[in-house]
Design a protein around this ligand. Structure first.
Ligand SMILES: Nc1ncnc2c1ncn2[C@@H]1O[C@H](COP(=O)(O)OP(=O)(O)OP(=O)(O)O)[C@@H](O)[C@H]1O
Length: 254
């Protein structure tokens, strides 16, 4: 299924995020060109593509790290492209980063409070929100430890707790499952399903094909800065352009 016929899919929920004609140019490199996509409320969308396809650049354009060179991004109908990241976050969009960077000198709960503080200045209230989300990700009992002492797997869950403490309508996750053990990956996928159950939308960049095909309602595929497919996971894995982009296809049964 190509990106052109994504409109023909019968998708549930209201449109939350709309990416329209988004392009990004870095000096001589067209990193993204004419990207269209939507994310509805309560959907999990996987964003995949070979290395350098433009996935993180698209996240950066959506989340306000930098503005797109062309096109617009709207959240619930309001234009967010061009807004600084903190304003995008306040409007209901949170993201995690490919390289997880907890503030190591802060405790686990203080890290999660950084997310909660975008809505409240009150320390007590921020702590309550943070604790609730640490409970959700299974880190409540480590709240007062230094964040730098956590394992990679626990740091990823802390990053998730920080992001959801901003109470997002949509969460952009950049390779949050990289480096996790199979058991930790399973736990993370379970957390994603629970978030979807609460009505949060998720847009997930992930190289673990088995995990992404398992969790996503729909998958968007980028290659060399362009959108080459959008559809159900089972259709996307059979798409010739996708197989070609990945040279020989990918092993989802691995
Ligand atoms: N800030 C930047 N300045 C210049 N070029 C950049 C910048 N960020 C990304 N690029 C380039 O844009 C292209 C897309 O990169 P991007 O990181 O978005 O790809 P990706 O799909 O996320 O790749 P990966 O899966 O390897 O993380 C690459 O050629 C990259 O080198």
């Amino acid at each position: 299924m190509s990106s052109q016929d994504q409109q023909s899919l019968e998708r549930e929920g209201e449109t939350l995020l709309t990416v329209e004609g988004v392009g990004k140019r870095f000096a001589g490199l067209q990193a993204l060109e004419d990207i269209d996509m939507t994310v509805n409320s309560g959907e999990i969308i996987g964003l995949i593509g070979p290395n350098g396809a433009g996935k993180t650049t698209l996240f950066n354009c959506i989340s306000g790290a930098f503005p797109p060179t062309s096109g617009t991004v709207t959240l619930e109908g309001a234009v967010i492209s061009g807004l600084p990241a903190h304003k995008v976050a306040r409007s209901g969009l949170a993201r995690t980063f490919q390289i997880t960077r907890p503030l190591e000198e802060l405790t686990v709960v203080e890290n999660a409070m950084v997310g909660a503080h975008i809505h409240t200045r009150r320390r007590r209230e921020a702590r309550d929100i943070a604790m609730e989300n640490l409970e959700f990700v299974g880190l409540a009992d480590r709240a007062d430890e230094q964040a730098g002492e956590l394992t990679v797997g626990a740091q990823k869950r802390l990053e998730l707790a920080r992001a959801i403490s901003t109470r997002p309508k949509i969460l952009l996750l950049d390779e949050i499952m990289a480096g996790l053990t199979p058991q930790e990956t399973k736990h993370m996928l379970d957390l994603f399903r629970q978030l979807r159950g609460r009505g949060t939308s998720l847009l997930i960049i992930e190289h673990d094909m088995k995990a992404i095909m398992n969790i996503s309602d729909y998958v968007k595929v980028l290659d060399q800065g362009r959108g080459i497919a959008f559809g159900n996971p089972e259709d996307v894995v059979k798409d010739e352009r996708v197989i070609e982009a990945y040279i020989g296809g990918f092993d989802v049964d691995a």
